[in-house]
Write a protein that binds this ligand. Structure first.
Ligand code: 16G
Length: 245
């Protein structure tokens, strides 16, 4: 694997070509997670580049997370990331998001009852003072691992019986004829308080992504106001950007 002929052809700085070679070997399985890379000096000799080049290449790969450098013991191929890559422009449910990744959703119910809407909730859902909402708080898991706490609030006119919600809230809303078709979502950073951290199995103060979603049905009616806390270490939100006109 580590010899001069393995370096991809073409121009560009040597350290970038060395990085491409190592990335390629990780991608096609010639290098596997936890495999040790040869010591710097050995790699420099066998590939025919300087040690400075090797060091620069490895530092870059470590910053990308492809390899890990452990002090005194060398450089190792990293375990593949377990982060969920999530687009920011598709209106999908947690259950759908996990299913497309081959992961199974389970949820622990924290709260499931009908209550008067709080003023902020009434405002988001365009309810009159005193109207009620179904309050659904769940710990969402993927393959058993706690990923997020979701606190949803749905007008009772849309969801009269919270006990009827099974595995998926969006399925229940669809069955009631109010599948969200449009949503506004806001994402901010938040440090977890003791209770939320405990639910997610993380230390108090750990960074999480606080996501607020207000969604609307086909008639343009607000049907969901959900405040969620997603594990910061399990999500990688990705959006495609285009130059605006
Ligand atoms: C997503 C939504 C959440 C929605 C849930 C329904 C975010 C931040 N939140 O997790 O607002 O209530 O899906 O999922 O994406 P379900 O149909 O699996 O219950």
């Amino acid at each position: 694997l580590f010899h001069a002929a393995a370096l991809p052809l073409g121009g560009g700085p040597l350290y970038l070509r060395l990085q491409a070679m190592i990335r390629g070997a990780v991608a096609d399985g010639r290098l596997k997670p936890a495999d040790a890379l040869p010591p710097e000096r050995e790699m420099a000799l066998s590939v025919g580049v300087s040690r400075v080049t090797v060091r620069k290449a490895l530092e870059g790969l470590a910053a990308e997370g492809v390899v890990e450098q452990r002090h005194g013991s060398g450089t190792f191929v990293s375990a593949p990331s377990r982060k969920v890559q999530q687009g920011l422009s598709n209106l999908t449910s947690f259950t759908e998001d996990m299913a497309t990744r081959g992961r199974r959703t389970t949820s622990d119910w924290i709260v499931r009852r009908i209550e008067r809407a709080a003023p902020a909730e009434a405002m988001q859902l365009a309810l009159s003072p005193g109207e009620s909402v179904a309050r659904l708080h769940r710990l969402r898991r993927a393959d058993g691992l706690a990923m997020a706490i979701e606190r949803a609030c749905i007008p009772v006119a849309i969801l009269p019986d919270p006990a009827a919600v099974g595995a998926s809230l969006y399925d229940a809303m669809e069955a009631a004829g109010h599948r969200p078709v449009r949503a506004l979502q806001r994402l901010t950073a938040q440090n977890l308080g003791p209770d939320d951290a405990g639910l997610l199995g993380l230390a108090e103060g750990t960074a999480a992504l606080a996501i607020v979603r207000v969604s609307f049905d086909a008639a343009g009616r607000p049907v969901e106001f959900t405040r969620s806390l997603y594990r910061g270490d399990a999500y990688d939100f990705v959006a495609e950007l285009a130059l605006s006109e």
